[in-house]
Ligand binder design. Structure first.
Ligand code: NAP
Ligand code: G4F
Length: 323
């Protein structure tokens, strides 16, 4: 029988990759979409799936709309990807971030508990919950120490997912995903900011690139690989929490080198450090241990950072040339 899934945050990077993955598997896909004044479906068009989705409108801050969507879809699976996901913005919008990324999770879990308890639930948790890291390599047992309103809100979302699993026996799993990128990544995140700028500089449309802390280290993977891990979590008999990462960490500086190198430029000639891009509290380094995901889910990342950055550079070179 055809399975069905409801994806919140379907218009985001991961939503677009996940929608394509599920449609390719034969799912009926419902997309929970917030009303915006301008087009937000461009990623779904890029993936060629815009017309294949059943859209349900609402907002994670609005419990009534969340409840209505769950009742209308009564799906086999819900993937909660909706969030104010930009860490830097969370200091300027701490309350919205708390409501959408934190309480919004309860809106969904409560709707599932009351109206659709058979539904399996995936929560988009994050390595930002590790923040000021308490172990050199972070796994499912590493204590959390969030460093931003975003990290704090996500930690609430994570624990309420665990709590509803334990309290009400829901099939609710949490993916603690480390940074993952793609040509569909938002332009404000550092990898896309760099690949877009390198393409513009190469094509004479920009002169320099202002960045913040380029000594920060991240464990970067490819979004297309990571949505497979989300799906695998909901195919298990037992719900659980899983770290999804590559197990390799790299500085922003080295990522710049790879991107500029790909178009024959030296990043040192163009990157300027601007204090405006430093954060009130920084997560200096993240490095995940995906051993449990590999052992239980049979998941492994397929794309290394070099390949990922080259893929993003190629896409940005083409897009900038067309502008
Ligand atoms: P993204 O591109 O920023 O997408 C976020 C999505 O959430 C968009 O569809 C956005 O809609 C939607 N959204 C925001 N506020 C909403 C609201 N109030 N009501 C309903 N929808 C709302 O994020 P992403 O990179 O795909 O990440 C997906 C999820 O994984 C997020 O929860 C993020 O926090 C988490 N995560 C991401 C990473 C990563 O490295 N990418 C790592 C760990 C965890 P609009 O398009 O209309 O704005
Ligand atoms: O690309 P970023 O903005 O991503 P960040 O903060 O790691 O968050 C992303 O990954 C999380 C998973 O760990 C997700 F939960 C979250 O939703 C999001 O997807 O910044 C990466 C690093 C930071 O250390 C930042 O300080 O790059 C550093 N950086 C240096 N200069 C910069 C810049 N980041 C941005 N965005 N812009 C800069 O100019």
């Amino acid at each position: 029988m055809t399975k069905s899934a409801l994806i919140t945050g379907i218009t985001g990077q991961d939503g677009a990759y996940l929608a394509k993955l599920l449609l390719d598997k034969g799912y009926t896909v419902y997309g929970f979409v917030a009303r915006r004044s301008s087009d937000s479906r461009w990623r779904l068009r890029e993936m060629g799936v815009e017309a294949d989705i059943v859209y349900l409108d609402g907002d994670m801050a609005d419990a009534c709309s969340v409840q209505r969507a769950v009742i209308q879809a009564k799906p086999d699976e819900i993937y909660n990807l909706a969030a104010q996901s930009f860490v830097a913005a969370s200091w300027n919008q701490p309350v919205t971030t708390g409501i959408v990324d934190g309480l919004g999770v309860t809106h969904l879990l409560e709707a599932i508990r009351q109206f659709s308890p058979h539904t399996r639930f995936y929560q988009a948790s994050t390595s930002e919950m590790f923040g000021l890291i308490q172990a050199e390599q972070q796994d499912e047992n590493t204590p959390f120490y969030p460093r931003s309103p975003y990290g704090v809100a996500k930690l609430y979302g994570h624990w309420i997912t665990v709590n509803y699993r334990e309290s009400f026996n829901l099939h609710a799993s949490s993916g603690i995903l480390f940074n993952h990128e793609s040509p569909l990544r938002g332009i404000e995140f550092v990898t896309r900011k760099v690949t877009d700028a390198a393409a513009r500089i190469k094509q004479g449309k920009q002169q320099e690139l202002a960045l913040g802390n380029i000594d920060a280290k991240r464990d970067w993977g490819f979004a297309g690989d990571y949505v497979e891990a989300m799906w695998l979590m909901l195919q298990q008999d037992k719900p659980d929490d899983f770290v999804v990462a590559t197990g390799v960490t790299t500085t922003v500086r080295e990522m710049c080198r790879i991107a500029f190198d790909h178009v024959g430029l030296d990043y040192r000639d163009f990157v300027k450090i601007d204090p405006a891009f430093f954060r009130p509290a920084e997560v200096e380094v993240l490095l995940g241990n995906p051993a449990k995901a590999q052992r239980v889910l049979g998941w492994k990342p397929k794309t290394d950072l070099d390949t990922l950055i080259r893929m993003m550079m190629d896409a940005d070179m083409k897009r900038v040339a067309k502008e």
